[in-house]
Design a binder for this molecule. Structure first.
Ligand code: SAM
Length: 677
């Protein structure tokens, strides 16, 4: 999951040269002019945005105009595009058109190098400053940023692999491609037929493409992928450049797991979406939808947001670590980085987001260390970039924490903790969100293409074509969600009075319990853990065990006082495989009818796609990892709802898809009983 950065040599004119590919990044005749000529103008961006804006009616889909670039490099093409986009927004302030930019890159420059490069072109500010502030320079996968009114997905990894990951789910529809790898002779991996087939499969009919290269092999490969090509005058000392138009995108064969196949969906740009449940998951989805211009009605039984498990105490932000490179590891890594970026970008985040770093002592992984030995630590350190975790001995851990600790462990330099009410206020401050507390939903009903959320009296609290369920335990009573497997986990946390010594604590410490730095004279100790227990009664035994475990982390346990200020308990929801339920809500009885034959032969392939409730989505069961998984979860659902390329690979979407349990059970020939039948 690590990547290698660009290795650059600086030329006399200050421009970078790639040591990996032995090639220049830009034309010496002028990088900005080249970018404008070869990419911006060749794809006629301004006139197409104008056209798209004029074509938008009240029922138009909320989907954006999509530009994708192979070879994001130093972001010059991106920043030129954003500059033009900002002018467009000024010219058409009422426009509901949005821009989504997908940047594919294998060796991103590190942040210092990018800063040095971008300093060459002060005219690219302020977008370049925006980008530098959020720019990730490590870790494979998709990093979603919001910069200059534009949504940017940086996909780090080999372009072919990244394209394959998004081509398979069939939800990507690019309007314009910038093909800007190093020259085909020096970098054939960026210009071959397989890659262009994937590119074609990720395109809209009518999509355009441009490149500075007119090499014969490139033209043949693009032609095979369906592009009508023409040569145009090139920039600088290049006589020609290439333009392409795609009338019919290539269709790729399904990957065999047709139950995960989703139909493209796009809410209309003026729709109001209902979200049920105002915990971390629901507030995050609401925020992601609202920033796309949709109106959101957010319902919750309680009077205030984050009144249940999400909001009873402090929440620690760290990355859930997985010791192999699989879908789960990639999801949590991407999600953690997304949360860090997202929280840091919210207004007044200093008041609720404390990015003080997080020390995870070995006790936190005691059973895994016992099973796998010290190789586990080495495995994790080899998989994750040092920006995610660093190894700590006891002295260093103590130094970082500001208190003498009993053990070493791992440090999450970008981690920290959140005060959930502050986060909720920042997420819900968006004018497109209407929060309605004291709104208990007891049933969902479908009527004339709309979802009705009904109160105990059978009255409709909301009617919407699109509805998101983020109310964990309650949703098991609603027919459409009744068979989603939820496990209840009771947790109790304890607030204790801080002591002069314990006030020195600077970071969050996660061991058998999490201990948070003092805030307003008390520490939060979180949390006891009881599976299949849904009692909200606070227990003395839980307070005692919270205190005992927290004290065990310290070399001088008495530094932590014993005076309890408050105890709170809540029920978190989880699933049998500990991954959340994220995606469209499957119609399980219909799925069972379609895929029942898997019980006879688990290797069967199907032509028919899965059956999903139209317009119904879920983000729930984030367990103890909600602070890291809900933000990206919200972005993912908002992308599905708005007909955008999701920020996740096909394999990750499958791992989170709520139908996974039914399919696994069928394949294992487990007896199935659906309450919906
Ligand atoms: N478009 C860039 C800009 O505006 O600054 C310059 C791009 S530079 C000419 C080519 C880029 O392609 C480099 O950043 C290089 O790391 C990237 N690249 C090369 N091979 C790649 C591959 N297989 N997958 C993804 N990116 C690749």
């Amino acid at each position: 999951m690590r990547i290698s950065n660009a290795r650059l040599r600086w030329q006399e004119d200050g421009l970078p040269w790639s040591e990996q590919f032995e090639d220049v990044y830009f034309s010496r005749q002028g990088a900005l002019e080249e970018s404008r000529h070869v990419f911006i103008e060749a794809n006629a961006l301004w006139s197409r945005w104008q056209q798209a804006h004029q074509d938008m009616g009240p029922d138009s889909p909320a989907s954006p105009f999509v530009i994708a670039e192979l070879g994001f490099g130093c972001a010059v093409n991106f920043l030129q595009t954003v500059k033009l986009w900002r002018r467009f927004r000024q010219a058409y302030p009422e426009s509901r058109l949005r821009l989504h930019y997908l940047g594919f890159e294998k060796h991103p420059p590190n942040r210092a190098d990018l800063r040095r490069i971008l300093a060459l072109w002060p005219e690219l500010a302020p977008a370049s400053d925006d980008l530098l502030q959020q720019y990730p320079d490590h870790s494979a996968g998709c990093h979603r940023l919001f910069t200059g009114d534009c949504q940017l997905d940086l996909r780090y990894g080999d372009a072919s692999d990244s394209l394959e990951e998004i081509a398979r789910h069939g939800l990507t529809a690019v309007d314009a491609w910038f093909v800007d790898g190093f020259s085909p002779g020096r970098n054939p991996a960026m210009w071959n037929e397989k890659l262009f087939m994937l590119l074609s499969a990720c395109s809209k009919a009518g999509c355009t493409l441009s490149s500075y290269s007119v090499a014969g092999a490139v033209r043949r490969a693009l032609d095979a992928a369906g592009f009508e090509l023409s040569k145009a005058p090139g920039y600088g000392n290049k006589r020609h450049m290439l333009k392409g138009l795609l009338r019919t995108p290539v269709r790729l064969p399904r990957n065999g797991q047709s139950w995960f196949q989703l139909r493209p969906y796009a809410a209309s740009a003026e729709e109001t979406v209902c979200v049920i449940g105002a915990g971390l998951a629901g507030c995050s989805v609401a925020h992601s939808l609202a920033r796309r211009g949709l109106k959101v009605t957010l319902l919750d039984t309680a009077a205030d947001a984050m009144s249940a498990a999400s909001g009873i105490g402090s929440l620690a932000l760290r990355c859930r670590l997985v010791a192999e490179d699989n879908a789960s590891a990639r999801f949590y890594l991407q999600a953690y980085l997304h949360s860090v970026r997202h929280f840091s970008s919210l207004p007044q985040h200093e008041t609720f987001w404390h990015q003080c770093g997080l020390v995870q002592l070995d006790e936190a992984m005691a059973d895994r260390l016992q099973r796998h030995g010290q190789e586990l630590r080495q495995k994790l350190l080899s998989l994750y970039d040092p920006a995610i975790i660093e190894s700590l001995n006891r002295d260093r851990a103590s130094q970082l924490a500001g208190l003498e600790l009993n053990n070493g462990g791992l440090f999450f330099p970008a981690g920290g903790w959140i005060e959930p009410r502050g986060l909720a206020a920042a997420l819900l401050a968006h004018p497109n969100i209407e929060f309605r507390g004291n709104s208990e939903v007891t049933a969902l009903q479908q009527q004339a293409g709309q979802w009705l959320a009904l109160d105990p009296g059978g009255n409709a609290l909301s009617r919407s074509k699109t509805l998101v369920v983020s109310a964990s335990a309650a949703m098991t009573h609603w027919a459409a969600c009744a068979d989603l497997p939820l496990e209840q986990v009771r947790g109790q946390l304890t607030h204790i009075v801080s002591s002069p010594q314990s006030e020195a604590l600077k970071t969050v410490i996660c061991a058998a319990r999490s201990l948070f730095p003092a805030s307003a004279g008390s520490h939060c100790l979180a949390a006891s853990y009881h599976r299949h227990d849904d009692s909200l009664q606070c227990r003395q035994a839980d307070d005692a065990s919270n205190l005992q475990h927290a004290r065990q982390a310290l070399r001088e346990p008495q530094q932590l006082g014993e005076e309890i200020v408050a105890s709170r308990s809540a029920i978190r929801s989880s699933t049998p495989d500990r991954l959340p339920l994220l995606g469209p809500v499957p119609d399980l009885p219909a799925m069972l009818d379609i895929f029942a034959e898997l019980q006879r032969d688990a290797s069967l392939q199907f032509q028919q796609s899965g059956a999903y409730h139209k317009g119904l989505y879920v983000s729930a069961a984030h367990g103890s990892n909600g602070l890291s998984s809900c933000s990206l979860g919200g972005e993912y659902l908002a992308s599905l709802i708005c007909g955008e390329t999701p920020p996740l690979a096909d394999s990750i979407m499958a791992a989170l898809n709520p139908v996974r349990f039914l399919i696994r059970d069928l394949k294992k020939q487990k007896p199935l009983r659906l309450t919906q039948r």
